[in-house]
Design a protein around this ligand. Structure first.
Ligand SMILES: [Zn+2]
Length: 185
């Protein structure tokens, strides 16, 4: 006969809590079933070790100490210090408040008005060399360069440059010209 596994009854068996029939079934089963037998051996060993541990009773002074601590802890006296934080109801309420604040902040964050597009604080116009030697500041322009506010654009006797004026249009800068970008708005 091979009944179902008895591992859940091991503890009860070890403590003599099974009926006579159950005990018989148990011992028959573990003889036949290696799995339940090894579980039984393990638990039996654990119980044996536990029984060998000395039983210690706490000293009377230890308990008096604990009592004294309980009485002097502010939390044990209603209405004093942070005692109100000690009940689980208030902790739950505090957690709920925190959650509510987080939720409100989250909704505010999602519904806030969009930020205005960033203002282009460093204004610059694009310079394109058409002909000859064109200088922006102290640099020769090879093909294109940026003319920022405060910088000079120079053309010599046989050079021509083209400046893109923001989004308005183009200005052709003729030869022998010196212009400075004062402001761009
Ligand atoms: Zn078994």
């Amino acid at each position: 006969m091979f009944s179902k596994h008895v591992s859940k009854n091991i503890s009860a068996y070890c403590h003599g809590e099974l009926s006579v029939d159950e005990s018989r079934e148990f011992s028959e089963h573990i003889l036949a079933c290696a799995r339940c037998r090894s579980a039984y051996e393990e638990i039996k060993l654990g119980i044996k070790f536990a029984e060998q541990l000395p039983q210690l009773s706490p000293s009377a002074s230890l308990w008096q100490n604990i009592e004294a601590k309980i009485e002097t802890t502010p939390a044990s006296r209603p209405g004093s210090g942070w005692a109100f934080l000690n009940s689980w109801q208030t902790q739950l309420a505090a957690a709920a408040v925190v959650l509510l604040v987080v939720a409100v902040l989250g909704i505010w964050w999602m519904r806030r008005p969009p930020l205005p597009p960033p203002v282009n604080t460093v204004a610059s116009w694009e310079v394109e060399r058409v002909n000859g030697t064109v200088r922006v500041g102290s640099c020769d322009v090879e093909k294109k360069a940026q003319l920022t506010v405060g910088e000079w654009l120079e053309t010599d006797g046989n050079s021509v440059a083209q400046v893109a004026v923001s989004s308005i249009g183009h200005v052709e800068v003729d030869s022998n010209t010196r212009i400075r970008l004062v402001t761009s708005a």
